[in-house]
Design a protein around this ligand. Structure first.
Ligand SMILES: [Zn+2]
Length: 144
């Protein structure tokens, strides 16, 4: 499969297979007015297969959201057909309004205008806990 190269935008590479759609949803890419290519199960030397995501415009993207889903991706920034930056990501220490706390008694369930804040409490196991009630974040409970 051949997908056109992009003039300006992002190529998010080395996404673990299956994660591109999650990044797509979390970044709300269906609501942006530019070309987006989501390519799944690309053959790769490093791992068996990978996903790729191409965004045809230099929009503001939240790298923390991408890192939360898949910290091992590379975000290539493309300007005038050239990669000007290869960005490596790190698991964010804090997630703000990315996920929702599941605890019905959490203050965020009652006070709707509070920010949803999660802190990284175990880097190796990728465990996040609610800033207010310490409930462990269940993976895939995104705000979309
Ligand atoms: Zn909570």
């Amino acid at each position: 499969m051949n997908i056109d190269t992009i003039e300006n935008g992002y190529v998010i590479d080395h996404i673990t297979s299956g994660n591109a759609i999650k990044i797509y949803r979390l970044l709300d890419l269906e609501n942006i007015e530019c070309q987006v290519a989501l390519i799944t199960n690309v053959k790769s030397k490093k791992t068996k297969t990978k996903d790729l995501l191409k965004i045809g415009k230099l929009i503001d993207i939240d790298l923390d959201k991408i890192a939360f889903i898949d910290p091992d991706v590379t975000v290539n920034v493309v300007k005038n057909n050239k990669i000007i930056k290869k960005q490596k990501l790190q698991l964010p220490e804090k997630l703000i309004n990315v996920c929702k706390c599941n605890n019905p008694r959490c203050i965020t369930s009652i006070e709707r205008n509070l920010d949803q804040v999660f802190n990284l409490t175990d880097k190796d196991k990728k465990i996040y806990r609610c800033h207010y009630c310490e409930t462990t974040l269940e993976k895939d409970k995104f705000l979309y």
